[in-house]
Design a protein around this ligand. Structure first.
Ligand code: PMV
Length: 346
């Protein structure tokens, strides 16, 4: 089959891990299983325009962010294309224009790699399907597989609301190669779970997640950490089924702090939390103690705090955030989000 030119658009969300992925091997394969909530409001929209080229013309692409050429993104996309080429052999027969925009402010410290890479992977998977003329029942799997090669955690952004990535003995169908839907019963407590992202520090990270993952290779606690993550995922299964929110909080907060403990005990060591990250964590703990709320926090590889709470507490926690936590956000900025069902074609 032969398509000369056209365009494909997808919208794909960010995700927030409950059990963290930190440490990889081989071709972007995780050293432990992880699980995340797929988000909804924080997403990337990507349009992939393709045009068939003559072999003599050579592979070429351009990246645009909010309508402006973004050359800074191109090396990362170039590397992505190199990694996926053998899985999408048609790639080099086209030239591409990649137009992308995020629903969240650029350089907000919210990683756009998960939403951006998954959106691009979905565009490419759709192009592949159009070329082959196949109906493609396994599109999600292939898209997740490709997204993983762009950014590991991106493979958890294709579907929702709870996605597992990494082989785990208790989770049927789980794979190191792509994300899969969490296959077990989930209590209503955890349906439409809320995540308010507090923007604590919008600056460039001092240490990229690529460097961080690599520091797990010779890390003194690596083995225990990978074991701990897999155990935490096992523990989460009955917790999610029974709606045991106090156990949920223990696992999720411990995971966030363990992730950052790995950073602090790497060689070289580094700290991504900021003073306001700790201030916010302490305020969340106090609020929980004083009011009996079930609000908790998690962190990804940065200073921002994800405030997690059940839908039933939306009003109370929103007020708490607005009055008590907002002063510790950069320019008072935060973003309300909640779990979602994954990517959508546009
Ligand atoms: O997908 P990467 O390579 O940017 O790694 C992200 C890892 C964490 O966000 C820190 C944890 C996770 O599981 O999402």
């Amino acid at each position: 089959n032969f398509l000369t030119e056209g365009s494909i658009s997808w919208q794909s969300p960010s995700n927030i891990a409950l059990v963290k992925y930190w440490g990889k091997y081989g071709e972007q394969l995780p050293k432990n299983a992880s699980i995340s909530f797929t988000l909804s409001n924080c997403h990337t929209k990507t349009t992939l325009s393709y045009k068939k080229i003559k072999p003599s013309e050579g592979f070429h692409f351009e990246v645009y962010l909010d309508g402006k050429r973004e050359k800074d993104f191109e090396p990362k996309i170039q590397k992505f294309f190199e990694r996926i080429e053998k899985y999408v052999p048609f790639l080099k027969e086209y030239e591409f224009k990649i137009e992308t925009s995020n629903s969240f402010p650029h350089s907000s410290g919210i990683a756009s790699s998960a939403s951006g890479m998954s959106a691009l992977a979905l565009c490419l998977t759709q192009l592949e399907r159009s070329l082959s003329g196949a109906e493609g029942t396994e599109t999600e799997e292939k898209a997740s597989f490709l997204a993983r090669l762009g950014s590991g955690s991106a493979c958890r952004s294709i579907e929702g609301p709870l996605i597992v990535w990494g082989e785990h003995p208790d989770i049927y169908g789980s794979s190191n190669l792509f994300g899969t839907k969490y296959p077990f019963e989930v209590h209503d407590t955890f349906k439409n779970y809320q995540d308010t992202i507090l923007l604590v520090d919008k600056g460039e990270k001092q240490v990229s997640s690529t460097v961080g993952h690599n520091l797990m290779h010779d890390h003194p606690f690596a083995k225990q950490r990978f074991q701990q993550a897999n155990n935490n995922l096992s523990k989460l299964i009955p917790v999610l089924r029974e709606g045991d929110i106090s156990e949920f909080i223990k696992i999720v907060e411990s995971e966030a702090l363990s992730l950052h403990a790995m950073m602090m005990t790497s060689m070289p060591y580094f700290i991504l939390m900021k003073p306001n990250t700790l201030e916010i964590i302490n305020r969340i703990w106090n609020f929980r103690k004083e009011t009996g709320s079930n609000v908790c926090f998690t962190l990804d590889a940065g200073a921002n705090v994800h405030v997690l709470y059940p839908e039933a507490e939306k009003e109370n926690v929103s007020t708490f955030i607005e009055t008590d936590l907002k002063p510790f956000c950069k320019n008072g900025e935060y973003i309300h989000d909640h779990t979602g069902d994954g990517a959508a074609a546009l």
